[in-house]
Ligand binder design. Structure first.
Ligand code: NOJ
Length: 534
């Protein structure tokens, strides 16, 4: 158990996709003053830190993950003064602010790349990864873009290809050049000096590529759907050399007090753990995304949790995520009723939880008519847009039942259509309903905040007689809770022994349920979860 935990070891991180949170100037795009107007709401969620997806100047080919200036603010989102005001207000409320750092690639409009593409002998040429064409004139190797097509684009003027694993307009920086990392570390210092509390680091496990640019082998398990998955990415992902970079990034954070970085890493647990660093000198938190792609059944989830717990190095801070701006929403994946169980799981497991905006309302994926599709992988690969497109999980925050859900003025045109269910599933409607998803979320986060057993306590899985129910105990300082979660849409009978007879209900997903249960024999309603005091 963590004694004297730091904020990122026990707090809740709340991710805001700034384009979609609150539009204050009626241009249909969310902005920093809009977020600032919503601080009361954020505080009412009992979250501890806000993470902002990128707010930098950008031509928006990948909605801000194509950064044209690492030390500026995109006028679409506001000004640096707006950022400073937001940061100061966030801090005044005792909250933390984390920003997205995108070190793997820049926009092709970044001054560094503009220089680099000028000529083969430009001083910044090798800040990016340029190669001659293959003998047949094609790309230098078989590497693929996540967003469809080859990972190489030919530059007519200088006669070479440059590497980009996302859109063409996202050239990848070359961290084998000695000047690139120091430049990025200076970017970090710029924001840390301003007082930001940390970074969510984009695709941190991709920052190094094979020096020899070897072809990647075919993936024998490819399901034939997403072309990117047809190769085994052994030369573009998770290279051993990446750890040296991350240690240097961490050292910069360690120059300051209580700052942190959470790394975006999609890897199996045995490999993910290496990103804590051999001596806890890399990521404070390597994102644990395994709930996102999990088989949503009690047995598989228990197995997943137990394998994560077993793989964690002693002393490492765990973390859990249900969704983000790249993944279909949890309420769509498991259904709105089961989404309460998912949140009870997220907020009672051991480790720092991350909530994606709208999860607290049970927001579902929006329907995006074909003419509105904007996300690059979906635009590039229309035949699989319904599977890989990320617009559906990025629709505007649902504040109230008025036009555009209160996200934007009635006269504005939101950049993505608001999800159809906004008239009923919105903050205003749920705020005064004591049994709403929002009220449930607030009760859960309040409980988590006040109980060390839940925010830093031990975790122990509990064996019992029903395979559709996942049960575990969290405990600290002599206080313990038993959490029981029904992963099905049917009533379940459960018997748990070894924790006494009667256990009072501290919190139920179905908030009207109070009283206690008789542990050796009790009933869980469909999609019901209980936090029991034992
Ligand atoms: C991961 C980000 O989460 C995603 O939105 C983005 O498209 C890619 N990295 C490229 O930056």
């Amino acid at each position: 158990m963590i004694i004297n935990p730091l904020w990122w070891q026990k707090g809740i991180i709340y991710q805001i996709y700034p384009r979609s949170y609150q539009d204050s100037n009626h241009d249909g795009i969310g902005d920093l003053p809009g977020i600032r107007q919503r601080l009361d709401y954020l505080q009412s969620l009992n979250i501890d830190a806000v993470w902002l997806s990128p707010i930098y100047p950008s031509p928006m080919h990948d909605f801000g993950y194509d950064v044209a200036d690492y030390v500026g603010i995109n006028p679409l989102f506001g000004t640096m003064a707006d950022f400073d005001a937001l940061l100061s207000d966030v801090h005044a409320r005792g909250l933390k602010l984390i920003i997205d750092l995108v070190p793997n690639h820049t926009s092709d409009e970044h001054a560094w790349f503009q220089e680099s593409r000028r000529s083969r002998d430009n001083a910044k040429r090798d800040w990016y990864i340029w190669r001659d064409p293959a003998p047949d004139g094609g790309p230098p190797n078989n590497w693929l873009s996540f967003f469809g097509g080859p990972a190489w684009t030919f530059d007519e003027k200088t006669g070479q290809y440059y590497l980009h694993q996302f859109v063409t307009q996202q050239p990848e920086l070359n961290y084998r050049h000695p000047d690139v990392l120091p430049a990025m570390l200076d970017v970090m210092r710029f924001w840390l000096d301003k007082g930001v509390d940390g970074f969510r680091v984009d695709v941190i496990w991709l920052m190094m590529k094979d020096a020899a640019l070897r072809d990647e082998p075919p993936n024998p398990d490819w399901n034939g759907i997403e072309p990117y998955q047809s190769l085994n990415h052994i030369y573009t992902q998770n290279l051993p050399e990446v750890h040296k970079l991350i240690r240097k990034m961490r050292a910069v954070l360690d120059e300051y007090d209580e700052r942190m970085m959470v790394g975006e890493i999609y890897l199996p647990y045995d490999q993910l753990m290496s990103y804590y660093g051999d001596d806890f000198d890399e990521c404070h938190l390597p994102f644990n995304f395994h709930l996102i792609h999990a088989n949503w059944q009690a047995r598989s989830i228990r197995q997943l949790v137990d394998s994560y717990e077993a793989a964690l190095p002693a002393g490492a801070t765990p973390n859990w995520v249900l969704g983000n701006h790249d993944q279909h929403r949890i309420a769509t994946r498991v259904g709105p009723d089961q989404a309460r169980v998912a949140n009870m799981l997220l907020l009672t497991l051991r480790g720092t939880p991350t909530t994606y905006y709208g999860e607290e309302l049970g927001m579902e994926d929006g329907h995006i008519p074909p003419e509105y599709i904007q996300d690059p992988p979906a635009v590039n690969q229309p035949e699989i847009a319904h599977i890989i497109g990320r617009d559906p999980e990025r629709t505007p925050m649902q504040w109230d039942g008025s036009a555009h859900a209160g996200f934007s003025a009635a006269t504005a045109v939101p950049w993505l259509p608001v999800a159809a269910n906004y008239t009923t599933r919105n903050v205003a409607a749920q705020h005064n309903d004591p049994t709403s998803m929002l009220s449930f979320y607030r009760a859960l986060t309040a409980l988590r905040r006040e109980e060390p057993a839940l925010n830093v306590g031990h975790y122990t899985a509990v064996d019992h007689n029903n395979e559709h129910v996942f049960a575990y105990v969290r405990s600290a300082f002599g206080r313990s809770f038993l959490i029981v979660l029904n992963f099905t849409g049917e009533t379940q009978e459960v018997g748990i022994t070894g924790y006494g007879e009667k256990a009072p209900i501290t919190l139920a997903t179905h908030m009207q349920r109070h009283g206690s249960v008789t542990l050796p024999q009790f009933t869980l309603a469909a999609n019901e979860g209980l936090v029991l005091k034992i």
